[in-house]
Design a protein around this ligand. Structure first.
Ligand code: NDP
Length: 264
């Protein structure tokens, strides 16, 4: 049987663990698939490259999730609601778009407990996850550097603050939803705002994975249970794999193989 080809599209993609995760699962579950990475500087070329490379499906990472949303012929209702797509599957020449980041994130934080959450950042990932968390009964407050990105959240009824008008109060969970710390040593908000919040919090999460960010280091200095974005990455990958392979494997068996990528 010819192999189906999958990829991650983004810029950069060299750091991505997705190829390892999916290839472990393809091999372990005996599915004829192969997953590679493709650096795509121009998101508007996504559709053209998808077909030129003969792909069956892709995951999409920073900064092309909105471009992926525009490139699809069909969107599932959640992807349409959040305006961002991270998983694309081809069926009979048409592209179907999904967002698996938010359910992946929800699953990753379930074990941490507490429903009052502060998001640092208001980008595409925050937009997708805030909606899912609210549906699951969480209260989400957003703190962001720029005011402009907060506007859609304010319109959707979330409590929003810029660094200038934020007054620290206790939260159960504090989440770095920015790319601060991904490639630099930046904190996602000024230390003077973060310290009193982390002092009172019950846990901290960073969506960045694979490195100790300054935010996670600060949270640990306050003795907080803290996790990076690895669980989110794993769980969004399990859901994407299920979409790529047409629902023929259980989430448990996909996870069992995929998580081997984190031992390498
Ligand atoms: P966007 O580009 O849509 O948004 C970026 C956000 O980060 C904005 O709110 C921006 O604020 C803020 N920001 C960027 N740099 C800084 C800084 N130095 N200080 C303070 N705020 C900053 O990005 P995404 O939402 O798509 O992605 C965010 C992060 O989530 C990325 O690191 C990505 O890798 C990670 N991610 C991880 C996943 C996982 O599986 N673990 C899945 C999906 C995403 P402003 O409005 O002021 O510019």
């Amino acid at each position: 049987m010819p192999k189906e080809l999958f990829a991650i599209f983004g810029d950069p993609v060299s750091h991505s663990k997705s190829p390892l995760m999916h290839n472990w699962a393809f091999r372990g579950l005996g599915y004829p698939g192969c997953y590679t990475r493709y650096r795509l500087p121009d998101g508007e070329k996504l559709r053209e490259m998808f077909f030129a490379l003969g792909l069956r499906g892709v995951n999409v990472t920073v900064p092309h999730k909105e471009a992926a949303y525009r490139a699809c012929d069909e969107l599932d209702s959640f992807a349409r609601q959040v305006g961002a797509v991270n998983t694309v599957v081809e069926r009979e020449g048409r592209l179907y778009g999904y967002n698996t980041d938010a359910p992946g994130f929800l699953r990753a934080i379930e074990t941490l407990g507490g429903k009052d959450v502060l998001f640092l950042g208001a980008g595409g990932t925050a937009r997708a996850t805030a909606a899912v968390l609210r549906e699951a009964g969480y209260r989400v407050t957003l703190l962001n550097r720029s005011a402009a990105r907060l506007e859609p959240f304010r319109e959707a009824g979330f409590e929003v603050h810029t660094w200038e008008d934020f007054r620290p109060r206790p939260f159960d969970l504090v989440v770095n939803m920015t790319s601060a710390g991904l490639k630099d040593e930046a904190l996602p908000a000024p230390e003077a705002l973060l310290k009193p919040v982390l002092k009172e919090a019950k846990g901290a999460v960073d969506v960045v994975y694979g490195r100790q960010t300054p935010f996670l280091a600060l949270a640990k200095a306050y003795g907080l249970p803290a996790k990076d974005g690895s669980d989110m990455l794993l769980y969004q990958g399990v859901i994407a794999f299920d979409l790529f392979t047409g629902g023929r494997f259980s989430p448990e068996e996909i996870e069992e193989w995929m998580c081997k990528a984190f031992d390498e």
